[in-house]
Design a protein around this ligand. Sequence first.
Ligand SMILES: NC(=O)CC[C@H](N)C(=O)O
Length: 243
Amino acid sequence: MTEITAPGSTGLVSAGSGGSAAPLVGVLALQGGVREHIRALEAAGARTMLVRRPAELEAVDGLVLPGGESTTIDKLMRLFGMADPLKAKIAAGFPVYGSCAGLILLADRITDPAVDAAGEPQQTLGGLDIVVRRNAFGRQRESFETELAFEGLQALPSQDPGQPVAGVHAVFIRAPWVEKVGSTVQVLAQVTPAESASEAEKDSVARIVAVRSGKLLATSFHPEVTGESRIHELFIQMIRGDA
Ligand SMILES: NC(=O)CC[C@H](N)C(=O)O
């Protein structure tokens, strides 16, 4: 375990199993499920660091935006002076992976942005040419788990090329879905209609729940809470330029 402190930082850095060549990946630690991402990143071979300040952003090779509450994370990012530097970095090709609330924050548009008491709609960082619907799976399926086929895992170092790619165990917690994708966006996973879905209309088509565009990766679900580390491994490969 190495401890490094970035300039002006209170963040802790720890070495993952990947050694000195391992990329240093930050997790935005303003609100939400930070620890779980740190664990998944280290299991996938990254070094990790909590990121709260703009100076800390400069120290990392990529950033995870965790799940939580997108409206709160949006407000805190603006309050901490993180939103503008992060937008600029995203525009310049900085790798970012967002899960759940993190996916919402990476979306160029939200169908139903929350509006605060002052009448101000929530904002996103943008970067992903997608339209996202928050809390989209509705009351019956507000939180659920399923196995998903996920594109892009075949070439991961942890995957035995002679074996089929196992499904990703995905946990959805008041999750968004992606309603529209632009031409630059690759769809990596979809939830197919549930056999017993009572809200038949809502669940009658497959819903996009994972996307990639350039160095941006986003999932509606939380792979980090199930011991699944292949999505983080994919992100690390994207940072390295190997995926
Ligand atoms: N688990 C989550 O991250 C939920 C996201 C939340 N519904 C939001 O809008 O931010």
